[in-house]
Design a protein around this ligand. Sequence first.
Ligand SMILES: NC(=O)c1ccc[n+]([C@@H]2O[C@H](COP(=O)([O-])OP(=O)(O)OC[C@H]3O[C@@H](n4cnc5c(N)ncnc54)[C@H](OP(=O)(O)O)[C@@H]3O)[C@@H](O)[C@H]2O)c1
Length: 287
Amino acid sequence: MRELADRVVVVTGASSGIGAATARACAAAGMHVVLIARRAERLGAVAAACQEYGGRALSIPIDVAGAGASDEILGRAMKEYGRVDVVVANAGYGTRIGLLDMSELDLRTMFEVNFFAALSLCRAAARLWISAAQPGHLIMSSSCVGKFPLAYHGAYCATKASQAMACAALRAELQAHRIAVSSVHPVTTRTEFFLESDRRSGSDGLGVEVPDHAPRFLVQSPERVAAAVVRCMHRPVPEVWTSSLVRLSAALFTACPWVLHQVLDHQARKERQQDARSRNSDPSAPA
Ligand SMILES: NC(=O)c1ccc[n+]([C@@H]2O[C@H](COP(=O)([O-])OP(=O)(O)OC[C@H]3O[C@@H](n4cnc5c(N)ncnc54)[C@H](OP(=O)(O)O)[C@@H]3O)[C@@H](O)[C@H]2O)c1
């Protein structure tokens, strides 16, 4: 059981959703938080909520995919607190676009934010801990769809699968240094994620808070994911799942790929029907 009081945690994507809830849950556990995202005002509000628990909060408004971002984040955290104990690489976004329709630039940008920036921050923190002979914990917000794909979300799923793969390998590579590595695999979580995904996919106005393909009984709150992440900080595990049912489904899909492909075909048909419906109700929408 790891003691969290007075430990320092860096949380990226802390201006909303799972990241903001995780920062608050860490503060409630007695940790000092370093909050990372681009929207400074939103970070300020989360910092104020964290400080109400009595700990300290440092906001760093920055694009995680910008040049030198990881060094800047860790440098400023070290300057402020003199230590970093846990990194939660959580910043990320998705889109709902077929792989052929997504531009090469958009595809690469998504990998920069979701995968390369997360890995870069984790590598930099691990190097810091190894050089100081200090233990640490790296946590990446992957997704359940890091373990099985969804049609028309292929690029996003690929970034999340890359995170899951990197975490599994890193965990084995770093255990000799007393550095734990965990990937988190939330199911549909009620955050700004899907509104942002619609905006980036050019489907403004669809405005769904949670997508049609998500069974409502599986939809979770960001606080539930955050609680699971904090439990994992206390007692590190390689993978954090917030739904046993989806975890079992992922195992079934791996064991029986034909089941996965049946499910995917069905889901792809439903997505195309949804597109057709929204084209019919909006004559100005592209065919
Ligand atoms: N919601 C779900 O159903 C779900 C399920 C599984 C996994 N996840 C994963 O959980 C993570 C958090 O998602 P969420 O649901 O909490 O979505 P969210 O509410 O949209 O939060 C995304 C966060 O990422 C930050 N961000 C995005 N791009 C960034 C960039 N370039 N630089 C810095 N920060 C950036 C955003 O802040 P700014 O806009 O202020 O920069 C925001 O704080 C993501 O990695 C997502 O893939 C979500």
